[in-house]
Design a binder for this molecule. Structure first.
Ligand SMILES: C[S@@+](CC[C@H](N)C(=O)[O-])C[C@H]1O[C@@H](n2cnc3c(N)ncnc32)[C@H](O)[C@@H]1O
Length: 240
């Protein structure tokens, strides 16, 4: 675990992360270290800037790091162009619209949502920012286990299997990921066409992007044989 062993101590500033997150970060982020050119990352939830330092240390000088937080004090971490702070709420449509507008054509490679940990805001930020990811980008959310805590939540109450939580929303996105296989293929969405995989870990959800144009083509090897051959041939491999 390079990130844990070598980079988690990069800062004297406070950082709070669950231990297993480092393994997951590395599994989904390591490939960007090989990327040529700039690596654009957004961390929602800056707090005292400890994790910002870890990302800079891990990705090196090619990292263009954006931090987003509702707390105006984060402006002290602003060092454009390498580190840029955006002050506002991830649950505020007008702010998110401005942020996306400000990005213009720029695409984000890595998003990490470690901000409000409230479902309606997580969903709102996801809806605005997911389309701004690069075609092979990754969107990571941590501390998603807050979704199970019925004492939390602002507009909607969190809780196990409560409609409206981010975790329930991401379960529905599993269907959207598979929409090329629906009877009605027109139900495929922009999410279907741009998402490769969804990963669930303890308290984390990760979306990996990849352009897709339809259900994966079958790979057929060998020759059908035996009693069921004719039936199977017609069904699965006409012409073989
Ligand atoms: C868990 S801390 C972030 C920790 C930091 N990522 C780290 O690893 O050290 C959560 C941060 O989210 C911010 N926050 C809370 N609600 C927010 C919202 N609605 N929009 C943006 N940021 C928010 C808080 O001000 C706080 O700094």
């Amino acid at each position: 675990m390079l990130l844990w062993a070598k980079h988690s101590n990069a800062s004297k500033r406070f950082m709070w992360k669950a231990h297993h997150y480092f393994d997951v970060y590395e599994r989904h982020m390591a490939r960007f270290r090989q990327q040529e050119g700039p690596i654009v990352m957004l961390e929602m939830g800056v707090f005292q800037g400890g994790s910002l330092d870890m990302w800079r240390n891990y990705f090196g000088p090619r990292l263009e790091l954006h931090g987003m937080d509702i707390n105006p004090e984060i402006i002290k971490y602003d060092q454009p162009p390498a580190v840029q702070m955006h002050i506002g709420s991830q649950g505020d449509d007008a702010f998110l619209e401005r942020f996306v507008h400000q990005l213009g054509d720029k695409q984000i490679d890595i998003v990490l949502d470690d901000a409000a940990h409230q479902s309606e805001m997580m969903i709102k930020a996801f809806q605005w920012i997911y389309p701004k990811l690069s075609p092979n980008g990754v969107y990571m959310l941590e501390d998603v286990a807050t979704n199970y805590n019925p004492d939390l939540g602002f507009y909607i109450k969190e809780g196990l299997r409560r409609p409206g939580t981010f975790i329930e929303h991401s379960k529905m996105l599993i269907d959207e990921l598979n929409a090329f296989s629906f009877k009605n293929k027109s139900e495929a969405t922009a999410f279907t066409r741009s998402t490769d995989s969804i990963h669930f870990y303890d308290s984390m959800v990760i979306f990996e992007r990849k352009p897709r144009t339809g259900a994966s083509a079958p790979v057929i090897r060998g020759k059908l044989d035996g009693a069921q051959a004719e039936r199977s041939r017609k069904k699965f491999a006409p012409g073989r």
